[in-house]
Structures are given as structure tokens and as C-alpha cells.
Design a protein around this ligand. Structure first.
Ligand code: SF4
Ligand code: SF4
Length: 268
């Protein structure tokens, strides 16, 4: 039996981020991304951080934009991010109580560079939110069924944890505010199209989180799903999370920003 093969990342998995980052800079894609972010309305909310319950999906250009800033962090901090990323990668399939790797003391450590998915949270109309939530739950249930075939039990709490909605977001005057999330997403996808083949852009969209993209870059897309399954079985047999994450980190060929020296602290 072959390992479960959920949402493979075609084409871009093995891309070295350095040439792509240079291309993105040359073509002004990061500036375009910042302009799109800046067009979103200013909002307030209760800052409860419930929406940071997992690392969000990021477009490829957003992944490069994040790597670009991570490269400037202190070495220990980069290692910490990689450790959290692989911890999430390995255990998000089975652990209900996890949070985004960038959440620290209920604050976002990359707030200025947080991806579109985070910026849109609570801003999309109710119908769109409900549809996204239903789709997320269906995908989680299908994933649980698939994993059961490989001897991995997914707790019901994991299937139900998808939180795709929040009605606490308002403009500064306390009024409800909504935006066309799909239109914003399509604009960011167009920036991806300047870096990736069209078919890859369509198939990827923003469905991969930073931990997934890091793993695809470190191990190759085809190897990642099998590796996750194998290591989860070892966890069920008694290996600790720390042992498994250390094992993965020893074998990972991390993208360049994680290897370069920097001096800035995360979030500054
Ligand atoms: S958007 Fe909603 S869930 Fe997220 S921090 Fe604000 S109030 Fe909490
Ligand atoms: S990137 Fe920041 S805002 Fe987005 S889920 Fe993570 S901690 Fe929350």
C-alpha cells in the first residue's frame, strides 16, 4: 500500500527559494503584495487569537516574502521556527490543541508580514465563511478516513477544530465590514503566476502552510506525506515529539534563509 498522498505540491516543491526571491524582488512582486495588503480596511477585533489555531495557507509569493524576513532573524530564532514548523507538520494531523508557529504569548510574531489568509479572517461575508468552514471540515474528514487506512486514528476534535469564521471584526467605528476575499486571493495568485507555471498556480493556490512548504523544500514533495505517516506511527509507538522533530531537523535540507546568519530579532 502506498502512503496517503494528500494535496501534493506539483512543480514548485523543489524550487530553490533564492532565485525565486531575487526574481520576485526584480519584478517588484513584494511591493505589489504589500500594496494589496494595504488596500484592506483597517479593523479592530477582540484579539483573542482563536483564529491562530494553526499555521495559515500561504501563496508562494507570501512564502518567499516570509523567508526573506526570516533570513534576517538571529540563528537560534530561525532554528526555533524550523523546530515549530516540523512539530506542526508532524502532529497537526492528530493533535487538536495546536497553534500557528508564529503565535507567541497570544501575539503574532510576524504581524507586519502576516499572509492574506490572516488579514481576511473575519472580513469575508457570512456565506463565504460558512462555505469555507464546510469545505474545511469535509477535507478534514476525508483526510481522517485516508489516514485510518494507514493505522493512524485522527481524533474527532481534530476534524472539528477548523475555525473559518469570526463575527467580532469591525471597522474603527464599530461597524461590520466585509470584503471580497476571493478577489483579493485572485490578485495574489496573479503574483504567483509571475513565478510559477500557470497550472502549478491553479493547483497550489494558497492551500499549503509555511510548515508544509518548508518540508516540501527540505525533503521533496513526494517524500513528505510518507514521512509524516511513518513518524506518526513511531509517535504512537512511544517516540516523543522532541525526538522525532530533532530527527527530522537533522535530515532536512532547509532553504537558504534558515542557514544564513542574521541579527534581527523576530517581530522587530
Ligand atoms: S479575528 Fe476574531 S478570532 Fe481572530 S483574534 Fe480577532 S476576534 Fe479573535
Ligand atoms: S501568522 Fe500571525 S495572525 Fe496569522 S495565524 Fe499565525 S499568529 Fe495568527
Amino acid at each position: 500500500m502506498s502512503p496517503p498522498h494528500a494535496d501534493p505540491l506539483p512543480g514548485s516543491a523543489d524550487l530553490d527559494p533564492v532565485p525565486s526571491t531575487r526574481r520576485a524582488e526584480r519584478r517588484g512582486l513584494f511591493r505589489s503584495l504589500e500594496r494589496i495588503y494595504a488596500e484592506l480596511p483597517t479593523t479592530v477585533c477582540e484579539s483573542c487569537a482563536r483564529c491562530c489555531f494553526e499555521s495559515p495557507g500561504v501563496f508562494y509569493v507570501e512564502y518567499l516574502y516570509l523567508l526573506d524576513s526570516i533570513g534576517a532573524y538571529a540563528e537560534g530564532h530561525r532554528e526555533d521556527i524550523a523546530r515549530r514548523a516540523f512539530g506542526e507538520l508532524l502532529f497537526s494531523w492528530v493533535e487538536p490543541d495546536r497553534t500557528c508557529i508564529f503565535l507567541q504569548s497570544r501575539r503574532c510574531a510576524i504581524y507586519e508580514r502576516r499572509p492574506l489568509a490572516c488579514r481576511l479572517f473575519g472580513l469575508v461575508p457570512a456565506l463565504e465563511r460558512e462555505r469555507a468552514e464546510a469545505e474545511a471540515r469535509l477535507a478534514a474528514r476525508q483526510q481522517a478516513r485516508r489516514l485510518r487506512q494507514f493505522g493512524i486514528e485522527v481524533p474527532e476534535a481534530v476534524v472539528r477544530r477548523s475555525l473559518a469564521s469570526c463575527d467580532k471584526v469591525t471597522d474603527a467605528a464599530g461597524r461590520d465590514v466585509t470584503v471580497d476575499g476571493e478577489a483579493y486571493a485572485a490578485r495574489v495568485a496573479r503574483l504567483d503566476a509571475a513565478l510559477l507555471p500557470k497550472q502549478t498556480v491553479i493547483e497550489e493556490f494558497c492551500f499549503h502552510s509555511l510548515p508544509e512548504r518548508l518540508a516540501y523544500a527540505a525533503f521533496g514533495a513526494d517524500a513528505v506525506e510518507g514521512m509524516r505517516t511513518q513518524l506518526l506511527r513511531r509517535a504512537q509507538a512511544g517516540a516523543t515529539a522532541e525526538q522525532l522533530v530533532s530527527l527530522v531537523l537533522r535530515q532536512a535540507r532547509l532553504p537558504t534563509p534558515f542557514k544564513t546568519r542574521g541579527s534581527r530579532a523576530c517581530g522587530t
